[in-house]
Ligand binder design. Structure first.
Ligand SMILES: NC(=O)c1ccc[n+]([C@@H]2O[C@H](COP(=O)([O-])OP(=O)(O)OC[C@H]3O[C@@H](n4cnc5c(N)ncnc54)[C@H](OP(=O)(O)O)[C@@H]3O)[C@@H](O)[C@H]2O)c1
Length: 340
């Protein structure tokens, strides 16, 4: 629903009013616990040249969302720092409702999905947001808006880690630490689609889930060390991080590749040191928007070769509940906010 806000001005000779289009959004005025999340009326953005205005139907929730709520993190705020209030979130699906100058790639009415501007501000937790056309793709037809919003950040991360960074090939073995989460559950499927053998870790309650996604060997990390099962992986994708990174280097073969996702303090240095000692390639990556890769994945979804698991959905107004669940660290697949 488009709201209108009237700003009354008085220049002493006459009164006039400026009509501003507004919308509802979840924004923060200060960093902190979930109670800093405010569902409020704010100004609706206008698409600039090369951008479209998207009526957001659903917004995906990622761990970077709650970290950006807790504190100003360098990857999302840059050297200049973030300007508050700040509308959280990156993953969106919705409909194109207006075109900026020069846009020919999309038409009004197109259903789209994407992760605009990451790590810049995307304002996903809102009724409307703008996005550069290069950051969007048409929504997979087979997916609902809720499912499509769960895809971009986690799936692009897995695609860029496995294919753009590690150059995973058919017949290779990949160990995916943390196969049941947002990134992990896409990584298993993408690696299987590529023709690789997949070994993954999960707790007992998710063993059947990751098997259903195609994992060949599943290790319950609460019961067994993965290095007792595999020692010669061509590629390791570590979605867990922290001290778990040492395990990645016990499992990768000389000449192999370790890709790390969580950027915990000191882990880049640890990874580089272990990689140099073992003759392994190491990369701590940061996902970037890519409409072409999203379009390729849309084809896989529509062909039934890729699926998305949505663990829970919450209305936008209940973003705090969604963050609490994400912060538990044990989401199966994804959490999504629906935008009425
Ligand atoms: N660098 C980047 O560009 C980038 C991009 C995306 C994500 N990330 C980071 O990567 C991490 C993962 O992201 P995500 O979206 O996949 O998170 P997520 O969805 O919150 O991951 C939750 C999953 O982690 C599993 N898990 C927790 N502890 C584990 C352990 N010790 N061993 C194995 N599995 C474990 C849980 O399975 P169980 O319940 O079975 O334990 C759960 O399914 C986050 O730190 C995120 O910030 C970085």
């Amino acid at each position: 629903m488009i709201h209108e806000m009237f700003e009354m001005c008085d220049d002493t000779t006459r009164s006039y009013k400026i009509r501003m289009a507004t919308m509802k959004a979840v924004q923060i005025h200060t960093f902190g616990d979930v109670d800093v999340l405010k569902y409020e009326e704010t100004e609706r953005p206008e698409p600039q040249a090369g951008e479209v205005l998207v009526r957001v139907r659903a917004a995906g929730v990622n761990p970077v969302d709650y970290v950006s709520r807790q504190r100003a993190i360098p990857i999302t705020t840059g050297a200049a720092g973030v300007s508050l209030p700040y509308i959280l979130g990156w993953d969106i699906s919705g409909e194109v409702v207006a075109l900026g100058a020069g846009v020919t790639e999309f038409a009004v009415g197109d259903a789209v999905y994407g992760m605009p501007r990451f790590p810049g501000e995307a304002k996903a937790y809102s009724e409307y947001t703008t996005a550069p056309v290069a950051d969007l793709a048409r929504k997979p037809q087979r997916l609902s808006y809720e499912e499509a919003a769960a895809v971009p950040l986690a799936a692009l991360t897995s695609w860029q880690a496995l294919f753009d960074t590690a150059h995973l090939q058919a017949g290779q073995t990949v160990f995916i630490a943390g196969g049941a989460g947002g990134t992990g559950h896409f990584a298993i499927q993408l690696a299987k689609w590529k023709g690789a053998k997949v070994i993954t870790t999960t707790s007992a309650r998710n063993i059947e889930f990751v098997r259903s996604l195609g994992a060949d060997v599943v290790v319950d990390y609460t019961q067994q060390a993965v290095e007792d099962v595999v020692k010669d992986a061509d590629v390791v994708l570590d979605t867990v991080g922290g001290e778990n990174l040492r395990q990645a280097f016990k499992v990768v073969k000389p000449g192999g590749t370790v890709v790390l996702l969580p950027g915990h303090k000191g882990m880049r240095e640890l990874g580089e040191e272990l990689a140099a000692r073992q003759g392994v390639t190491f990369a701590l990556i940061l996902v970037h928007p890519d409409g072409k890769e999203l379009a390729e994945m849309a084809q896989l979804f529509d062909a039934g070769k890729l699926t998305v698991h949505v663990d829970a959905t919450f209305p936008l107004q209940e973003a705090a509940q969604a963050h609490k669940l994400s912060e538990s660290g044990h989401v199966r697949g994804k959490v999504v906010l629906t935008v009425a």
